[in-house]
Structure formats: C-alpha cells, structure tokens
Write a protein that binds this ligand. Structure first.
Ligand code: 3PG
Length: 211
C-alpha cells in the first residue's frame, strides 16, 4: 500500500502517546473497532517502540506507523519494529534519505513544502496547523502548490475536523482527541471506540470524494 492509500483508509489518524506498552494492543483494537485502522505511535516515550511492535504483531486490521521521527536512527528503529509509515514534525533530508518506510514529513510553509516535494514527498503533514494558519493556510496553498496534499495535525478536534476534511488538498487529519490520556490510563476502551466511531464518520477526505 502506498502512503496515500494508507492515509486514505480513514478520515482521522489517531496520534498516540503510549506510556505503557501493555495498553498498546487493547488501545489499537479499540480504535480499529471504531473504524480508525491507521495509527501513529509517537516516539516520545520509552514504551513507544515496544508498543509499535505489539500493535504490528498482534492487532489485526491495524496499519501502524511511527510519529515524532526526528533522526535517521529513529527512522530505522521504527521501520524495524514494524512501522508501515513514518511521520516527522518537520522536513529533514537526512530522515527522508534514511526512511525504510514511506515518510510523511511535516511542513509549515510553502518553502518547506517545496523542499519536501523536491525530495519526493507529495504528501505532507501540515504541522502545527492551528498555530500556523489553519484552514486558511491550506486553502492558500491549493493554487500555487496543487501537487502537494496534506494531513493537517496539531490542534484538530472533533469540532473543527470537518472543515479541514472538506478541502481538496486534505487527505486526512491527525489528532490526539480520539485517545484521551485519562481514558487510556483507565483502560476505558469503550469510550475510545465511541470517540473513534464518531471520528470515522466525519465527512470528507479528497480521496473519498474523488473515488
Ligand atoms: C502531535 O504531534 O502532538 C500531534 O500533532 C497531535 O496534536 P494534537 O494533540 O493537537 O491533536
């Protein structure tokens, strides 16, 4: 599956910070059951690589990737742990060259989007989208950069996601709201499945509209 195909599977990619690897598989199952199979495990905790490995090995239907990939070493470790895709908050040519799985680089400006495109990335994370211009920025990029499509992340909620998803240059959105840390800590998988189900039902996604 190409990166675009993976990111086209659902309108929302949960951005997950996993503190305890034992919660990884039940959390992933709850999200997949709610209709969100594409999961980003951020490499921000000591448990992250183990969590990735467990989801990749144990959770049927999950398409798991690694987020917060900052270095070539992390890119390599994540791919070896089973990451099907890699996400970085910024665009690093070194990470791009080292990536053993498709990379979704982060960009926040037209210059960065152009640099990412030159390195072969026609699909970028726009981060942190609410802080750098939100929907207006994405709309402004449509005309000068029609080849680039985005997964905006950073400040997206159930309330503002639909307005992003209706833009033609948005493939999906990323966000942490579908897996609140208190629900994960409490093992409240039913609440997470309910949040995922609502997120999976959000309309939009350029790939869906043109399919
Ligand atoms: C992140 O990298 O933390 C993601 O962009 C998630 O952002 P959010 O918590 O605002 O959804």
């Amino acid at each position: 599956m190409t990166l675009e195909q993976m990111l086209g599977l659902a309108p929302v990619v949960p951005v997950l910070v996993i503190e305890d690897a034992a919660s990884a598989a039940p959390l992933a199952r709850a999200l997949v059951e709610g209709g969100l199979p594409v999961l980003e495990i951020t490499l921000r905790t000591p448990a992250a690589l183990d969590a990735l490995r467990r989801i990749a090995g144990e959770v049927e239907g999950a398409v798991v990737g690694a987020g917060t990939v900052l270095t070539p070493a992390q890119a390599e470790a994540a791919a070896r742990a089973g990451a099907r895709f890699l996400v970085s908050p910024g665009f690093s040519p070194q990470v791009s060259r080292a990536a053993l799985a498709p990379l979704l680089p982060g960009v926040a400006t037209p210059t960065e989007a152009l640099a990412a495109l030159e390195a072969g990335h026609a699909l970028c994370k726009l981060f942190p989208v609410e802080a750098v211009g939100g929907r207006a920025l994405l709309k402004a990029l449509q005309s000068p950069l029609p080849q680039v499509r985005f997964c905006p992340t950073g400040g997206i909620t159930e309330a503002n996601a639909p307005a992003y998803l209706e833009l033609s240059n948005v493939v999906c959105v990323g966000g942490s709201w579908v897996a609140p840390s208190d629900a994960v800590a409490a093992g409240d998988w039913a609440r997470i499945t309910a949040l995922a189900r609502r997120a999976a039902g959000l309309r939009g996604g350029a790939s869906r509209r043109t399919a």
